[in-house]
Design a protein around this ligand. Structure first.
Ligand code: SF4
Length: 441
């Protein structure tokens, strides 16, 4: 059984409220942190090996150490709660059921970073959660954990919740900052990075909800102890939101030592494939990461078991492996059509492209059109090569990672399931009504 750090109290009735959270030991990590110096906290975060839980997996301690500290210029912490990656809903769970864990994490992080005004930018579709967060903020303030002179330390902190307008692109950190400033959420060219010029051109750290929540157990048990959980550079625990054709969709906390097979088939987690069907493929880190066929999902190319961690999932590189990404684990059974699935994703990325870069603006729409043609049985063989060519011209040629996110699913689908694309071309009359089927490979 995986060790629980973030969700250990999630089952307790009323844990959403300050009184219950406090009774369970809530805010003791904050009390401990406020007696430390910011540099000591930073060292703990570095020692923990925590990697950003939003998708990129960049070491959080290193990110914090890049924060510029010009004299007299305010700094900010912005929590990225714009959780819009298809298949990902673990931050929603944290905010809905454990809002004080996030607020406590923000208090510790803001103290470390020197932010007196911090923000939670939350996706518009999570319409009921800002009220939960705002209520928790008021409770924390009433208890002296937010506001002026927190616990007599002289440290002040205000936290504001900002609702997004429902654009996927606002999950990209610079687009998020633009939106938070009241502008259209267009990604910025980098450099300058937010750590130097972020919100209102002030040094800013943008971190995912889960990353900030993880600061609480790190301070609680120490960074060194946190780093002992997990394996290699995949330290601590990770929240996974599992969905698709499984028996038990939901949010699970894993310690990154379990195998993918165990995660899918064990009753503790996904409970196996629905209706006894066979596993066809999986997208383990949200829709942007490459899809992996069952054989490569359960074992690496070397025949080793594949583990639920950053290194093992990526083992073999993009040709065979995938990424931990945001932890949005989407499972596809034998009945799912990969072409249809890829087309749905292409439509999504085309719709969500902000339109600033030509390869993304034009390429995503073009890919969607071609995929639609193939799926309807109106495609030609050369369309598959054209699709491959378009995705290659998008990847790495855009301002923000949405271009890559749109290209990778198409690349992986063609790489691993080319025969399924060809079947659609060769069987126009069947491609609308029948599934290519697992038996073909
Ligand atoms: Fe906008 Fe796409 Fe360019 Fe990102 S890659 S800036 S979403 S056009």
């Amino acid at each position: 059984m995986s060790k629980k750090l973030l969700l250990k109290d999630a089952h307790i009735e009323g844990i959403r409220y300050f009184e219950t959270y406090r009774k369970q030991g809530g805010y003791t990590a904050a009390e401990k942190a406020l007696k430390m110096t910011p540099d000591e906290i930073l060292e703990e975060v570095k020692a923990s090996g925590l990697r950003g839980r939003g998708g990129a997996g960049f070491p959080t301690g290193m990110k914090w150490s890049f924060l510029a500290k010009p004299e007299g210029v305010p700094r900010h912490l912005v929590v990225n709660a714009d959780e819009s990656e298809p298949g990902t809903f673990k931050d929603r769970y944290l905010m809905e059921f454990l809002p004080h864990l996030l607020i406590e994490g923000m208090l510790i992080s803001s103290f470390c970073l020197g932010s007196n005004v911090s923000y939670i930018y939350i996706r518009g579709e999570y319409s009921w959660i800002p009220d939960i967060l705002e209520e928790a903020i008021e409770e924390a303030k009433a208890a002296g954990f937010l506001g002026k002179n927190i616990l007599g330390t002289g440290f002040d902190l205000e936290i504001y919740v900002q609702r997004g307008g429902g654009a996927y692109i606002c999950g990209e950190e610079t687009a998020l900052l633009e939106s938070l400033e009241g502008k259209r959420g267009n990604p910025r060219l980098k450099p300058p990075f937010p750590a130097v010029k972020g919100l209102w051109e002030r040094p800013t750290v943008v971190n995912n909800v889960e990353s900030i929540a993880a600061i609480v157990p790190i301070i609680d048990i120490t960074g060194a102890e946190y780093a002992k959980i997990g394996v290699g550079r995949s330290t601590g625990t990770k929240l996974i939101s599992a969905c698709g054709n499984i028996n038990k969709p939901g949010v699970y906390e894993i310690d990154m030592t379990i195998t993918v097979e165990e995660f899918i088939y064990s009753d503790e987690y996904c409970g196996g494939i629905k209706d006894g069907k066979r596993l066809k493929a999986c997208i383990p880190g949200g829709s942007s990461v490459p899809i992996v066929p069952a054989n490569l999902l359960l074992r690496t190319v070397n025949g080793e078991p594949r583990y639920m961690n950053y290194e093992s999932l990526a083992d073999g590189g993009f040709a065979t492996g995938t990424m931990m990404g945001s932890g949005g684990f989407i499972v596809l059974d034998e009945d799912q059509c990969i072409v249809d699935h890829t087309m749905t994703l292409a439509r999504f990325y085309h719709h969500e492209s902000c339109g600033q870069c030509t390869p993304c603006r034009e390429g995503t729409g073009w890919m969607h059109k071609i995929l639609k043609k193939i799926e309807k049985g109106e495609g030609k063989m050369e369309d598959i090569d054209l699709l491959w060519d378009i995705q290659r011209k998008i990847e790495g040629n855009t301002i923000c990672p949405l271009g890559d996110a749109a290209a990778w699913p198409v690349a992986a689908a063609i790489r691993h399931f080319r025969d399924e694309f060809e079947w659609h071309v060769k069987n126009p009359e069947l491609s609308q009504t029948q599934n290519y089927g697992l038996a073909h490979y």
